[in-house]
Design a binder for this molecule. Structure first.
Ligand code: HPA
Length: 271
């Protein structure tokens, strides 16, 4: 595995001669940040050796090297989800490659369902912590000693300094925000009302199908992490009650995206 990671990183280093400071993973419908990047190199995932091959979704992802607010960054437009059938090792492979390219920070976004009743569709939630409800962990199996330790400590998984900075940025720009705990599970089904209730009782504020595996791999490799969830729908806790309509979901993501982009840009500027 480590050889494959190195091989891919070497390919990208050779093609780009670029050393990124930060990695950015953009969630579904949250790719608008790409417009702010001064693009230097862009690769379809299908052209990158050893990258997982996109089979299910049909829409190809892109790995974009460039500058954002004057900083060297590498952005993943589109990610690999566990529900698509990838193994955990495949889901986190790009994160490990980015680490090998020299990033020190990883910024992640996702679309999520709101569990905290005080949230609204369209809210941004700064991720304070997470709960791993996936049936697997990307670090299971032989430890990659070159990347990190066997039993990574998870006491400050989402960097407190970046969280505080993000809150200040939001306040300065009159952006309304929430903060809370993200619970990640495999999907692809959305939750039943009973499952939403269970997740709320477990202490989560938002739920989704990504982020947790990538952050686990990132923390294993010593990367500093920051994440934002865009609340695209609210949990339906009562059987028979109607959920958020598809139009509402899309509008919510579209409205919240520029605010999330601004927070990411300002944070990266401050690195
Ligand atoms: N549940 C799980 N994943 C999601 C949801 C949800 O309600 N909304 C967006 N991603």
């Amino acid at each position: 595995m480590i050889e494959r990671i190195k091989e891919t990183a070497d390919f990208l280093k050779e093609k780009t001669g670029f050393k990124p400071l930060a990695g950015i993973i953009l969630g579904s419908g949250l790719g608008g940040l790409v417009k702010s990047i001064e693009v230097k190199h862009s690769f379809d995932y299908s052209d990158i050796p050893n990258f997982p091959v996109s089979t299910v979704e049909g829409h190809d992802g892109k790995l974009i090297f460039g500058t954002l607010e004057g900083k060297n960054i590498v952005a993943m437009q589109g990610r690999f989800h566990y529900y698509e059938g990838y193994s955990m090792q495949q889901v986190v492979f790009p994160v490990r490659v980015l680490k090998m390219l020299g990033i020190t920070h990883l910024f992640l976004s996702n679309a999520a369902g709101g569990l905290n009743p005080s949230f609204n569709v369209g809210n941004l939630m700064i991720i304070r912590d997470h709960i791993n409800m996936f049936p697997d962990n990307p670090l299971r199996g032989k430890n990659l000693d070159d990347l990190g330790t066997r039993f990574p400590e998870m006491g400050e998984t989402y960097n407190k300094g970046l969280i505080e900075k993000a809150k200040k940025i939001a306040e300065k720009n009159s952006i309304n925000y929430q903060s809370g705990v993200y619970i990640g599970s495999s999907g692809p089904t959305l939750e039943t009302p009973a499952e939403y209730r269970m997740f709320r009782i477990l202490g989560a504020d938002a739920t989704g199908m990504s982020t947790v595996p990538e952050v686990i791999a990132a923390r294993h490799a010593g990367l500093i992490c920051f994440g934002i969830s865009v609340i695209t729908n609210m949990a339906v806790f009562d059987e028979g009650e109607e959920g958020t309509s598809h139009d509402e979901v899309q509008n919510a993501a579209g409205e919240a995206e520029p605010k999330m982009t601004l927070i990411f840009r300002e944070l990266i500027k401050s690195l």
